[in-house]
Design a protein around this ligand. Structure first.
Ligand SMILES: Cc1cc2nc3c(=O)[nH]c(=O)nc-3n(C[C@H](O)[C@H](O)[C@H](O)COP(=O)(O)OP(=O)(O)OC[C@H]3O[C@@H](n4cnc5c(N)ncnc54)[C@H](O)[C@@H]3O)c2cc1C
Length: 619
């Protein structure tokens, strides 16, 4: 770890929009409405305080974690460096970082939701430490923040905020991973009625090696669903397994935790009996968007590293940065980082704004926060999937740009490559999240009727016919707006047809469901990029090449989106449709996704040149 540095230019654009006119969009409404750029948040709107928090967290992670690893010439390892990792966590608490989501009355700093996402982006500079502090501030403490009684909050939250108490979240079991509600850990009330007696085994528990309190999910008697408990290590009957030997995030503690007749005072039941699975799911929603923010931070780090190296490394008598193949990679990495940023903070602010709206409607604070997040469960799943795949792409290409040096432990890039891989697995695997996004949307369309897909579906035939007519004008944003609208229409058309044909059997046709999830995700992310660039233009935030490069990013994103959707649509149509219907759907798909006439080679080159000129990602 000697050749690289993360001393990158500031990643937060320093612009402010004077009069935000946002109103929170309803969850999933992006699919059936034309969104307005005024109604979304963009990262140019971070205020001074938010930028300061970002810089402070990033500086802390670079100094305490990344530079420390460079000095040692090796990464942190949970079994060897346990004490140092604990010390870093405690030091971060001195700056308030362990209390980012904890109320001030309990010793926290209670950042609003979107700022807590920005925090998650900044801790990406801590590599595996991001997982450690993530477990402390998110899955290990939010169940108490959202579902705890006043007594529970007073007892545990101040200790978590100060890191005197290290927190862990125990849901997964050896036989219950994705199917978490099938866990076998049992809880039985003792005869005196004072304690639940817990027995069972939890696996892959982050921070488990040094945690003082565990949020544990267990089944009381033969209940249908799990219940949640706050368990102190000192309750007894708890054995901690050895540190797992992992591919990456080696500096983060991951262990098995065994409960053998562990007595848990009955007042440590968290939330309602049978309500634990709901807690687990809601907490995972918050984890998913924060993971997306962290992964987007990882993309930006990978770009900075790659640009720095590519500009220095010479082959064939010139810097490798000058080669088209390298510009292609830097250009594409930049497009993905920009897209992840646009969609993540659009959603994060919607959650913040929705929470405020619920509070104004006299909902309790917990209810407001929880409902605010639940509203955007579909968007959170989309972000988790797309941003985790973005960071894997970016760090893979970064390693490739480093060539042999990328493969060597010396440059530290292989560590980032290994660390990033977990993001596709935890907080619900990407397969599960793809299916969840469709299942949740379907529930809102059919069961709760929150999203009126039926009315939107009725307009599709006339809309497609209009697309067949020659367009009067492609000026302004018309073409880009049409692409986004057409992707949405494609999703509704195909998922509607497959639903009519396969009915409840559709859920078993997972490949098709995943095709639809990919189109849905493209609709959301492509629209987020479009709205961001439109808002930038409307507010005249950038001029000349500074604005032009952002428009070029949009064009590359849309071009790629069309390709992704075209393939997903073809795969799905061949899988469920036959005869005339198949031909008709193929024809309609072609109509909805015509060639987008842009030269992506030139666009990516221009984007790369721009990033080179800035010395890294500054968008
Ligand atoms: C480093 C690390 C840290 C972790 N930290 C924590 C923690 O702090 N607390 C905690 O509770 N858990 C934690 N986990 C567990 C993590 O959430 C699970 O690993 C994850 O949910 C997947 O479960 P699994 O590993 O059992 O895989 P499985 O569920 O066995 O899945 C294996 C494969 O099958 C696929 N699959 C499963 N079911 C389906 C289905 N119905 N349809 C299609 N495909 C399916 C999955 O997508 C995956 O590709 C951690 C895991 C790791 C590796």
């Amino acid at each position: 770890m000697t050749t690289t540095t993360v001393e990158a230019p500031p990643s937060i654009p320093n612009k402010e929009i004077k009069k935000p006119t946002r109103i929170p969009q309803k969850g999933c409404s992006f699919l059936i409405q034309d969104s307005n750029p005024d109604h979304i948040f963009i990262s140019e709107e971070w205020n001074e305080e938010q930028r300061m928090i970002y810089d402070m967290v990033k500086d802390f992670c670079v100094k305490e974690v990344f530079n420390e690893m460079k000095n040692r010439g090796r990464e942190f390892e949970a079994d060897k460096d346990r004490d140092e990792i604990i010390q870093i966590l405690e030091k971060s608490a001195e700056l308030g970082l362990c209390g980012v989501s904890i109320g001030e009355q309990y010793g926290g700093i209670d950042l609003d939701f979107n700022t807590s996402c920005l925090f998650a982006e900044a801790v990406a500079y801590g590599f595996s430490f991001a997982t450690t502090i993530g477990a402390q501030t998110s899955i290990g403490s939010l169940p108490i923040v959202y579902y705890g009684t006043e007594e529970q909050k007073q007892k545990y939250l101040p200790g978590i905020a100060s890191a005197e108490l290290k927190a862990a979240y125990c849901l997964t079991e050896p036989r219950a991973g994705s199917d978490a509600n099938s866990g076998k850990t049992s809880a039985v009330l003792n005869e005196a009625g004072t304690h639940y007696i817990l027995n069972g085994q939890k696996m892959w528990i982050t921070n488990g090696g040094f945690a003082d309190i565990f949020i544990v999910f267990a089944r009381i008697d033969d209940d249908k669903n799990l219940s949640a408990f706050i368990i102190e290590k000192d309750f007894g009957g708890i054995t901690i397994g050895a540190e797992e030997r992992k591919l990456g995030i080696k500096g983060s503690s991951t262990v098995q935790v065994f409960f053998e007749d562990c007595p848990v005072p009955k007042e440590n039941l968290l939330g309602e009996r049978n309500g634990g699975f709901k807690i687990a799911l809601n907490i995972l929603n918050t984890g998913r968007i924060k993971l997306a923010a962290g992964a987007t931070g990882g993309c930006k780090i990978a770009i900075d590293q790659a640009v720095n190296y590519a500009q220095q490394r010479e082959q064939f008598g010139q810097a490798i940065a000058s080669f088209g193949a390298i510009k292609h990679k830097i250009g594409q990495m930049t497009v993905l980082a920009f897209a992840g940023d646009a969609a993540t903070y659009r959603t994060g602010q919607n959650i913040s704004d929705k929470t405020k709206q619920f509070l104004a409607e006299d909902k309790s604070e917990n209810e407001a926060k929880l409902n605010g997040i639940r509203e955007y469960a579909v968007e959170c799943s989309i972000l988790k999937v797309k941003c985790s795949e973005n960071v894997d792409y970016c760090i893979d290409e970064c390693l490739q740009i480093f060539g042999g040096m990328g493969y060597s432990a010396e440059a530290g890039i292989e560590m980032g490559y290994r660390d990033a891989r977990i993001t596709r697995i935890y907080e619900g695997t990407n397969e599960i999240n793809r299916m969840l996004s469709l299942a949740e949307l379907t529930k809102r369309a059919i069961k709760t009727k929150e999203v009126d897909l039926v009315s939107a579906g009725k307009k599709i035939p006339a809309y497609i016919i209009r697309q067949m007519l020659p367009f009067k004008s492609n000026t302004g944003w018309k073409q880009e707006e049409r692409i986004v609208k057409n992707i949405k229409t494609l999703f509704m058309m195909l998922s509607g047809k497959a639903g009519q044909k396969l009915k409840e059997k559709l859920v078993d046709e997972q490949e098709i469901v995943i095709n639809f999830a990919d189109i849905l995700a493209e609709a959301y992310i492509a629209e987020s990029v479009l709205l961001k660039v439109q808002k930038l233009e409307k507010n005249k935030l950038y001029q000349g090449e500074d604005f032009a490069v952002r428009k070029k990013i949009l064009q590359v994103y849309l071009y790629e989106s069309i390709n992704i959707c075209r393939k997903a649509a073809q795969d799905a149509i061949h899988a469920f449709a036959t005869g005339r219907e198949k031909n008709m759907l193929r024809r309609f798909t072609k109509t909805l996704l015509p060639m987008y006439d842009v030269n992506v080679k030139a666009l990516r080159r221009d984007i790369a040149e721009y990033v080179y000129s800035k010395g890294g990602y500054t968008l």
